[in-house]
Design a protein around this ligand. Structure first.
Ligand code: FMN
Length: 182
């Protein structure tokens, strides 16, 4: 049977993480199996609202064609381990934000994709130094996650490519949001 729940020792780890985290199954339409407290804070959705559903619900009617194409390519690809893209999302209360989404595959030792790990960050209401701090924290989370997952026979693929120009990334996201308002 395909595992639909994460190893219990990871539960506490996810909740302690200060960065927003979501975990989805690789099978079917990638239903979410776990989101942490920071995800609930960021999106306004509680775990009970989103677990079992695909995370695209955050996009509502936003076109996001390019970002979705990049994500679909990543999910379908055997070779690509991570993807990182800004994508327009909406909080539960309807407030839009540009989500800098990072995704990475978690594979079993046989190489089968078991879970997809994701982390979300509101880059449109950030400052360059906050984005840099988030990047550092996400990198640390991934480094800590690897050996914990390895104990349960799951391999975390890929490493985080940090944002090269945080000022430009934040400015671009703010512009996108301003265009939406205008
Ligand atoms: C674990 C995980 C987390 C995701 N988190 C988000 C997210 O926070 N925001 C978002 O817009 N899409 C997120 N996605 C991407 C969508 O679920 C979906 O894969 C994407 O929209 C491309 O597929 P589609 O074009 O069929 O919608 C996530 C996907 C996975 C597997």
């Amino acid at each position: 049977m395909h595992p639909q729940s994460i190893p219990p020792q990871l539960e506490t780890y996810f909740d302690r993480a200060s960065v927003a985290i979501a975990l989805a199954s690789c099978s079917d339409d990638n239903p979410l199996v776990r989101v942490n407290h920071a995800f609930e804070e960021l999106t306004g959705y509680l775990a009970a609202d989103v677990v079992g559903k695909n995370c695209r619900l955050l996009q509502r009617e936003a076109p996001n064609d390019e970002a979705r194409e990049r994500i679909r390519t990543f999910i379908a690809s055997e070779a690509q381990d991570t993807v990182r893209t800004p994508i327009l999302n909406f909080r539960k209360d309807g407030r839009p934000f540009v989500n800098l989404l990072f995704m990475s595959k978690l594979r079993s030792q046989s190489g089968r994709c078991e879970f997809i790990f994701a982390s979300q960050f509101d880059v449109s209401r950030s400052k360059p130094e906050l984005l840099a701090a988030y990047d550092t924290e996400l990198a640390r989370t991934l480094v800590e996650l690897k050996p914990r997952m390895a104990e349960t026979g799951i391999i975390v693929e890929g490493t985080l490519v940090t944002v090269a120009n945080t000022a430009a990334t934040v400015a671009q996201a703010k512009l996108r949001l301003a265009e939406l308002d205008g």
